[in-house]
Design a protein around this ligand. Structure first.
Ligand code: FPP
Length: 243
């Protein structure tokens, strides 16, 4: 398929992607799990570039969950190094003005991450803040339930300070205190690798999302697969609880 296939189609504004299946992909090839993550990081780059080309406004990638700390240290280190490589490369592109339209944002709990990674993320967020073609959110040390707790604590502080009455709390108050504040909710969530669950990804924001599942392992995911997901999405009838 090509970009032409998407002409006259109702594109999702925001796509969430759970990058799953790296370990199985590596195992099938007799490689270390970290090789699967390396291949997955390359696919992440390709999909970001392709999504920007076809006019997607926002992408959110689930790259490391709050539960992923349970993995062996060697695997965690390999994933952190892939983040470092990407962040360094993205920063160089920004500084050399090669990156025209990609704004990069971090969503997740910064406090549990290695300090150098937090520093690189913050630098990249500020360097790319004025880019408007596509927003790419990296969910790292992210958990949907943690995100909601984080929002509730901020709201509770306003209540404690007498700025807000409990009975006046609205959905907008929750929305505005999530890591994704200011972004549209995901229209489409893609999960490859044959798993059919959200795994604590954007659980508040996905209340009305459409889901697209496939058996493809993330390192094998191509722009054609993204096209297929978008075309399927465009045929769905979203009623948001209406008739
Ligand atoms: C899930 O597959 C994948 C992860 C926990 C890590 C995803 C990380 C990357 C793709 C690297 C990200 C890098 C950048 C630059 C964003 P899995 O390991 O659970 O696979 P399995 O279910 O087959 O074991």
């Amino acid at each position: 398929m090509t970009k032409e296939n998407l002409e006259n189609i109702n594109l999702p504004r925001h796509i969430g992607i759970i990058m799953d299946g790296n370990g199985r992909w590596a195992k099938q090839r007799g490689l270390k799990r970290s090789e699967g993550h390396k291949a997955g990081a390359q696919v992440f780059r390709n999909i970001c570039n392709y999504a920007e080309d076809i006019g997607i406004e926002c992408l959110t990638f689930y790259a490391f969950s709050t539960e992923n700390w349970k993995r062996p240290a060697e695997e965690i280190n390999a994933i952190m190094n892939l983040f470092r490589d990407y962040l360094m490369e993205a920063q160089e592109k920004e500084e050399e003005n090669e990156e025209k339209g990609m704004r990069i944002r971090y969503i997740g709990e910064r406090s549990g991450l290695p300090e150098d990674i937090v520093g690189m993320i913050e630098q990249l967020e500020s360097l790319s803040a004025e880019k408007h073609k596509i927003t790419v959110n990296l969910a790292v040390n992210y958990g949907g339930r943690d995100e909601i707790i984080h929002a509730v604590k901020k709201i509770a502080k306003r209540v404690e300070a007498g700025e807000l009455k409990p009975e006046d709390i609205t959905q907008e108050d929750i929305d505005g205190n999530l890591f994704t504040a200011g972004l549209p909710d995901p229209d489409l969530i893609i999960r490859p690798s044959g798993e059919y669950r959200l795994s604590n990804f954007l659980i508040w924001q996905s209340a009305y999302s459409e889901f697209w599942f496939s058996n493809i392992l993330w390192p094998d995911f191509t722009p054609d697969d993204l096209d297929k997901a978008i075309i399927d999405y465009s045929k769905r009838n979203r009623r948001f609880g209406g008739v």
